[in-house]
Design a protein around this ligand. Sequence first.
Ligand SMILES: Nc1nc2c(ncn2[C@@H]2O[C@H](COP(=O)(O)OP(=O)(O)O)[C@@H](O)[C@H]2O)c(=O)[nH]1
Ligand SMILES: [Mg+2]
Length: 173
Amino acid sequence: MVDNRRISLRIPILGLSYVGKTQIMNRFILNNFNPSYHETTRANFLTKELELENKIATIEIWDTIGLEHTHSLGRSFLRGTNAIILVYSCDSNESLESLKTIFETNKNYYPSEHIYIIFANKKDSNNRQVSYEKGLQFATNINAGFFEVSAMTGENIEEAFRSIINKCLIKLN
Ligand SMILES: Nc1nc2c(ncn2[C@@H]2O[C@H](COP(=O)(O)OP(=O)(O)O)[C@@H](O)[C@H]2O)c(=O)[nH]1
Ligand SMILES: [Mg+2]
């Protein structure tokens, strides 16, 4: 019998290398953080089950490699995703500029009216280059949600994921 209470959501995390994509996934799924850097060499995912509004949601978070070389992930990867997390790092102007390119390059591959959310990671950093207002402006321009987060301290990670998952549930209903 099909269990109508069960849904699954596939959500990739995109952004330049070193912005913290892997650690955001680790913080949300495993509640841990690793301060040392290990380059991600292939896309892989972790899952977590959440109970929300009488539904049991299996959340599949896809970690990806940095996109500075091709900027493009391709149609087959993006098809079938429920929402997309775009990450830049508060301490890197370059990472925000690069995110704009990543968004423009891939936007034709996403299903129309796709759900986007911007994570401005490393909110904890003492070397801030991107103001809250500048990040929010970009998010508003592309009609995306916006959260400043820190995978290191965990600040806002749960809230940001809850927000995107709620939007996915509303769209599925
Ligand atoms: N200060 C700070 N460092 C972070 C944060 N998130 C990730 N990092 C560090 O930034 C580096 C790159 O993180 P990683 O998740 O591997 O980036 P990715 O290449 O986008 O997957 C690692 O050394 C992380 O420990 C954060 O929220 N704050
Ligand atoms: Mg990585």
